[in-house]
Design a binder for this molecule. Structure first.
Ligand SMILES: NC(=O)c1ccc[n+]([C@@H]2O[C@H](COP(=O)([O-])OP(=O)(O)OC[C@H]3O[C@@H](n4cnc5c(N)ncnc54)[C@H](OP(=O)(O)O)[C@@H]3O)[C@@H](O)[C@H]2O)c1
Length: 228
């Protein structure tokens, strides 16, 4: 996809902002989406200042950001997932790729972040697939990399990113975006239904972070060819 634009819905938040920095640094056109125009613009200004001014990130309200993009990345708390999908629903065009980063943590219902919620569709990504226009090309990815590591742009991220989608072509887009982050290896996670497993691993990693008193536990799949 040459000359594409990526909109990160919830790009003002920890995870979304980290992805924005990484992709802008890699030369992608990135828009930060927010429920508030001013908040989006402020976050874009902050991103450009972190990146040293040579990179242009812009900020827009979520529906406008999604309408202006070819790749829409959803990075909001699970409690806001349904509402935020509805807010961009009409902005999604047939050729767009939608990448869901959302993890259904039990914090959405007052529980700890180290446990995952069961989602009746199977996963947050499958919930998105139920709610979005039927033509939407959906993948899920970036669940097992932590915001803190993404935002430390002077360092490599030490984790694999597993990308799931029912479309091989869309999985390829997700894997290409993952590989833009230094230190990340993109792993083909197969069908979108596998997102249930990948999303739940995040809750496990949060518990591991707590028990080992670290902040950026990640995952590595062993035994793969070195070319990935
Ligand atoms: N943080 C991590 O390390 C990490 C790692 C892996 C996966 N994830 C997943 O990535 C997603 C985003 O995580 P995050 O840590 O970036 O979340 P966050 O900072 O709490 O929120 C991200 C953004 O979501 C938007 N939002 C929309 N509706 C909201 C609502 N009702 N309440 C709060 N915020 C709302 C906010 O943007 P506006 O106010 O600008 O609209 C906010 O800045 C989550 O599903 C999380 O599980 C996070």
């Amino acid at each position: 996809m040459a000359d594409r634009t990526i909109a990160v819905i919830g790009g003002t938040g920890d995870q979304g902002f980290g992805l924005v920095l990484r992709w802008a640094k890699a030369g992608e056109h990135v828009i930060i989406g927010s429920r508030q125009q001013q908040k989006a613009e402020d976050a874009a200004k902050k991103a450009n200042s972190i990146l040293g001014g040579a990179f242009t990130v812009s900020g827009m309200e979520n529906p406008k950001a999604a309408a202006a993009a070819d790749v829409i990345v959803m990075s909001v708390p699970f409690a806001a997932h349904v509402d935020m999908i509805k807010s961009v629903h009409d902005s999604i065009k047939p050729d767009d790729v939608f990448i869901d980063v959302v993890v259904p943590l039990s914090t959405a219902v007052g529980g700890p972040a180290s446990t995952a919620l069961a989602v009746w569709e199977g996963s947050a990504a499958q919930q998105a697939a139920r709610l979005l226009p039927s033509h939407t090309k959906i993948a899920s990815a970036f669940h097992n990399v932590v915001a803190e590591a993404l935002q430390r742009i002077d360092r490599e991220v030490n984790s694999d990113v597993i990308v799931c989608s029912d479309s091989q072509e869309v999985r390829k887009v997700g894997m290409e975006l993952a590989a833009k982050i230094p230190g990340v290896r993109a792993v083909d996670g197969g069908r979108l239904e596998n997102s249930r497993i990948v999303e739940q691993v995040t809750a496990l990693l949060i518990g591991i972070n707590i028990r080992y008193k670290v902040s950026d536990a990640g995952i590595r799949i062993t035994g793969l060819p070195t070319t990935g």
